[in-house]
Design a protein around this ligand. Structure first.
Ligand code: SF4
Length: 556
């Protein structure tokens, strides 16, 4: 393994809270592997699996794959075995992981906020068509996710992706997961600061670097200079958020320790000002703290949020300054959290007079064919590129003003709307039981049907109501910060266990950031979901005061 244990030589050691027993913090001397994941990472740097896939597994086939690679290290290359078809949610809890393995893979391609050229979009589409049975979903971490990938095809896919600047490296695993960048970086007329350069620098320093390939668990990064905070900074392990210092000008505040799933926590603001050129240093400092002080004993406590909760923001900032950066950070009031949309749907003016146009697939479901069609339209209308968003949307960048209307018409024809209904715009869904081995319920199809039904029942809804559909408690589609958050689980109906959801009501990010209320009585079968949402929305519309949002109504 990469033997990158704690090496920082602090000038000043901050007094940090010491837990009664070792939690697996390398910096405190608890370096023994403490669970099977830690042992696997110690046995071999997960990055080494890339060469084995290229030279051995892809040539000898699925049966040749070492199980420790298959269920562990493959994730560092963005590969998970997908769920074998034929298992229903009721059986899941009784099956071992191996029994759920299919010989096909889910492959995650990271975009890291970069501008995807028409060629890159076309390449993603053709990979989907040729190798992934025409799948190609847009995820809420700005990835494109393929399914039905065969191990034999992986090297060829990597080659094609690399040719257009894309990669699957560290798209999963205990690593720096795909970075969320502002989809309108460098173009939005109301941008505070363009963070693209900093994100590129982090990527250059970090991806494939063994110093960061063995973190306690996943590590999620977000960076935006847009005032809408369009990268969900509250729910990331580390986030850089554009702010203006009265003396120094535009820079970034640093937020740490956000994460959902079980024990959800919102990121804490450190209240500092970091100039663009020092963002990558600060990122390395935060990731270093996580690597060295993060809890590795229990997987359930191995996220940065637990460390931040135990230390508090002030101690965290001090350790960062004293032990990792060797300098004090400039203090600055944290930027005010905004209200309103963060998805960039619709038509907006750019700094250069062109337009950017946000498009809404339904619940992130796209296809290889659709991406090829999109690339063709981008060429036909001379669109500069596309970016993916943390809300499962696509933003076209650099559209000529007079091309907007005809382009929107053509996009509608292929099913990518820049003028989506309220429900289509505000509904997200995770992968769900179709492909995810952890899922308990179906999500994508359920979300699509829900959107169609709510469009019919509430065609003129005048306020946004977000609906996030998740297939299990892991909250990949951010259960707890939606107006209506749905967590997949089995529920009782007529004495039988059937697919359903635990409901969370009134979650939000931004100015009203808080977690939705989990109401024990609010469990709904999947079949009853349309009617449940209808009742909730009808009550809200009848009872709201003037201008009262759904969240405010729930919190009243
Ligand atoms: Fe899979 Fe659960 Fe995540 Fe959905 S929330 S993608 S079901 S792990």
């Amino acid at each position: 393994m990469s033997d990158l244990r704690y090496t920082a030589k602090p000038a000043t050691r901050t007094e940090i809270p010491r837990p009664k027993r070792g939690e697996g913090q390398w910096a405190l001397g608890y370096t023994e592997p403490l669970n099977k994941n830690e042992q696997s990472k110690k046995d071999d740097d997960p990055l080494n699996v890339q060469a084995r896939i290229q030279h051995i597994y892809s040539k000898r086939g699925f049966a040749s794959i070492d199980p420790a690679d298959l269920r562990g290290r493959f994730r560092w290359l963005g590969l998970y075995t997908q769920r074998a078809p034929g298992f229903d949610g009721g059986k899941t809890a009784m099956l071992e992981e191996e029994e759920l393995d299919d010989s096909y893979f889910m492959m995650r391609v990271r975009s890291d906020g970069q501008l995807l050229s028409p060629d890159a979009v076309r390449t993603l589409g053709t990979v989907g068509r040729e190798f992934a049975r025409d799948t190609a979903d847009v995820t809420d971490r700005e990835n494109v996710q393929f399914h039905w990938i065969r191990i034999e095809d992986v090297p060829e896919i990597w080659e094609r992706l690399e040719a257009v600047g894309l990669s699957t490296l560290e798209a999963c695993g205990d690593s720096p997961r795909p970075f969320l960048g502002s989809p309108v970086a460098g173009v939005a007329a109301d941008e505070i600061i363009d963070g693209s350069e900093a994100l590129d620098e982090i990527k250059r320093r970090v991806l494939g670097n063994p110093a960061y390939s063995n973190l306690p668990r996943k590590f999620k990064t977000a960076l935006t200079g847009h005032p809408s905070h369009d990268v969900s900074p509250e729910t990331n392990d580390v986030a850089f958020v554009g702010t203006v210092h009265p003396d120094h000008g535009p820079g970034f505040d640093l937020w740490v320790g956000g994460g959902l799933s079980t024990n959800p926590m919102l990121a804490q603001k450190l209240g500092v000002w970091i100039p663009l050129e020092e963002v990558a240093d600060a990122w390395e400092g935060v990731a270093g703290i996580f690597r060295d002080y993060g809890y590795r004993r229990l997987r359930s406590r191995a996220r940065l949020k637990f460390l931040v909760a135990d230390w508090g923001a002030d101690t965290f900032r001090e350790v960062l300054e004293n032990e990792y950066l060797g300098r004090a950070l400039v203090r600055c009031e944290s930027p005010r959290s905004p209200v309103g949309h963060r998805d960039h749907i619709g038509v907006h003016e750019q700094q250069d007079g062109k337009r950017y146009v946000g498009l809404a697939p339904t619940a992130g479901r796209v296809s290889g064919t659709l991406l090829v069609q999109l690339a063709d339209l981008m060429d036909e209308y001379s669109v500069a590129g596309a970016r993916l968003t943390p809300y499962q949307k696509i933003v076209l960048i650099g559209v000529d003003a007079d091309a907007v209307e005809p382009l929107l018409d053509r996009l509608d024809e292929i099913g990518l709307s820049g003028r989506p209904s309220n429900w289509r715009r505000n509904t997200m869904a995770c992968t769900g039981i179709e492909f995810c081995k952890l899922a308990i319920v179906d999500t994508k199809d359920r979300a699509r049907d829900l959107v169609a039904e709510l469009d019919r029942r509430f065609p003129d809804l005048d306020v946004p109501i977000t609906v996030n559909v998740n297939g299990c408690p892991n909250a990949c589609a951010r259960t707890q910060v939606a107006d209506i958050g749905l967590k997949g689980q089995l529920v009782m109906s007529d004495g039988e266990q059937v697919e359903g959801f635990q409901v969370h009501l009134g979650g939000a990010t931004g100015l009203l950031a808080n977690f939705g209320r989990k109401l024990r009585a609010h469990k709904v079968t999947s079949a009853g979901l349309d009617d449940y949402v209808t009742v909730v929305v009808t009550n809200y519309l009848a009872d709201r005061t003037e201008g009262e949002s759904f969240v405010e109504w729930v919190q009243r």
